[in-house]
Design a protein. Structure first.
Length: 260
């Protein structure tokens, strides 16, 4: 496993796909903060936390919630290209021919993808807090008395929900063994879980299904509300279950697949 992770570190370091994904995590929070500062100074537009999510440096911790769709699409694409090119270029055969266990290979790819995603989430959150502090001041979050405790409770949940969602494109890439097909299915999954649960919420008896998707919690939960704390264990459990179930399915099919 250690040798595989070392090899993956070298590949990722030289990967343009990783740098493009992380580059987006740098550009987007800076663009959002500049655009909202410009609209505020030029037209007097006032930011509202309920609709704009991030309105100052303190609420910058919620940038993952504000930019959930961008983050998920960017890192889903990274996962599909990063793993899919191994099948496309046939380099996976070289690794497996050396006697590497397929499960170990899967786990190494999953860990690298989740680590890069974690780096992106930390990067975008840190830059958002800095940029919004410069533009609108650090401020506070209404109803939150202990900000440090709030960050320790909310940020890990936001991160885990993101990682849970990204584990699915990893599984889809190993299942389809195709960059283009996994990319399409991943985008359909992300867009579907963003909107379909809203339909369940309107159908009597199916409302509970809205709580089965990590992305639904990530995009539609108001993490600035104190009441959200009580839902944190449920979100953490769902994230971990999503990672385990998607990975188990991906590993099982990958183990049975014929690598050509």
């Amino acid at each position: 496993m250690f040798n595989l992770l070392t090899a993956e570190k070298i590949k990722v370091w030289k990967s343009r796909k990783m740098w493009v994904s992380l580059g987006l995590m740098v550009v987007l929070p800076l663009f959002y903060s500049w655009n909202e500062w410009y609209m505020h100074t030029k037209y007097g537009n006032e930011l509202n936390q309920a609709t704009d999510t991030v309105i100052n440096g303190a609420t910058g911790i919620l940038m993952v919630e504000k930019m959930a769709a961008w983050i998920l699409l960017a890192f889903a694409a990274f996962a599909c290209f990063y793993i899919g090119e191994e099948f496309q270029n046939g380099t996976i055969r070289n690794t497996l021919s050396l006697g590497r266990n397929r499960m170990t290979y899967y786990v190494s790819k999953l860990l690298v993808t989740l680590l890069i995603t974690t780096l992106g989430v930390v990067l975008i959150t840190g830059l958002a807090m800095l940029a919004y502090t410069l533009a609108f001041g650090f401020g506070e979050i209404e109803g939150i008395q202990n900000y440090g405790n709030y960050v320790l409770q909310v940020f890990p949940v936001l991160l885990l929900l993101t990682l849970g969602t990204i584990s699915v494109p990893v599984a889809l890439t190993f299942i389809t063994r195709s960059t283009s097909v996994s990319l399409l299915l991943s985008f359909l999954y992300i867009m579907g879980t963003a909107f379909v649960p809203g339909v369940f919420a309107k159908i009597k008896g199916l409302e509970f299904l809205t709580e089965w998707f990590t992305e639904t919690w990530l995009m539609y939960t108001d993490f600035a509300q104190q009441a959200t704390y009580s839902q944190a264990p449920k979100m953490i459990l769902l994230s971990l279950v999503t990672i385990v179930v998607s990975s188990a399915l991906g590993m099982f099919i990958f183990q049975k697949s014929d690598i050509k």
